[in-house]
Design a protein around this ligand. Structure first.
Ligand code: GLP
Length: 239
């Protein structure tokens, strides 16, 4: 894994954008895997600025990692709405080329995985959960898992309550998520993380054993991973 440590969130976002820009500049029809959460918002702002500077995303395709179960697409808390508000509405991507998983059945999971197997993700953007989850692959998820329905852990629901009026009871109990096996098929992975509350997960991901206890540790087996951190998220790394 290539690890880049930055002074702060803004520098992290700018450095992460440099990694995406290298791809965008050579492949106008690149397939991006996208993530929600506060970590990549600054990166998406940089992508929006690039469009304002003249770059066209009209032939870019995107596939998101995950979505809550039981929340309508149009709901302000849905990950679809998050992507629309934080990126899609401010760039010229064709909304028909954007994909966010949806549903709660095995058939929904298979349909998403089938759609993914018809393309090849050039670069997958990831954040990381405090418990080391990527997408919504919680601790213990087998590494070969494909798109599946997840029971969210208490820890994850607590961490995400900030988006639901700080009321854990309003946080959905399930999600549909690309599996670790799905994520590992991506040609390149770009993981961004900031803040002290991610420091343990980052240490486990980079320096810990490759073990399902930390879903992100699977990335040690991927040939092309770039991790961009702020100082606080990197603070527990020994090297
Ligand atoms: C959620 C998402 C993850 C994301 C994580 C961290 O659980 N499913 O994809 O990486 O939150 O979110 P944040 O970047 O807001 O800390």
């Amino acid at each position: 894994m290539k690890v880049i440590v930055c002074e702060n969130y803004d520098e992290m976002s700018a450095k992460a954008f440099e990694v995406i820009k290298e791809l965008l500049d050579v492949k106008k029809d690149a397939v991006l895997g996208l993530a929600t959460g506060s970590s990549p918002v600054g990166l998406y702002k940089e992508m929006i600025q690039y469009h304002k500077d003249g770059y066209s995303y009209k032939d870019i395709k995107s596939y998101n990692l995950d979505e809550y179960v039981g929340i309508d697409r149009k709901d302000p808390q849905s990950y679809y709405t998050f992507m629309y508000e934080n990126l899609f509405k401010d760039i010229d991507i064709d909304l028909n080329n954007t994909h966010v998983p949806y549903g709660n059945t095995e058939a929904d999971c298979k349909a998403y995985e089938d759609a993914l197997s018809e393309v090849s993700i050039d670069l997958q953007v990831l954040g990381i959960g405090q418990n080391g989850h990527i997408g919504f692959n919680e601790p213990g998820t087998p590494f070969e898992t494909l798109t599946h329905i997840v029971d969210l852990t208490e820890n994850t629901r607590e961490a995400n309550a900030r988006f639901f009026d700080n009321d854990i009871n309003k946080v959905p109990t399930q999600a549909i998520s690309m599996g670790i096996g799905t994520i590992m098929k991506s040609k390149k992975v770009l993981l961004v993380a900031n803040g002290e509350n991610k420091a343990d997960a980052i240490k486990a991901m980079i320096e810990g054993p490759i073990d399902t206890a930390c879903a992100a540790s699977a990335l040690q087996n991927h040939a092309d991973v770039v991790v961009v951190l702020d100082k606080a998220a990197a603070s527990k790394l020994t090297k």
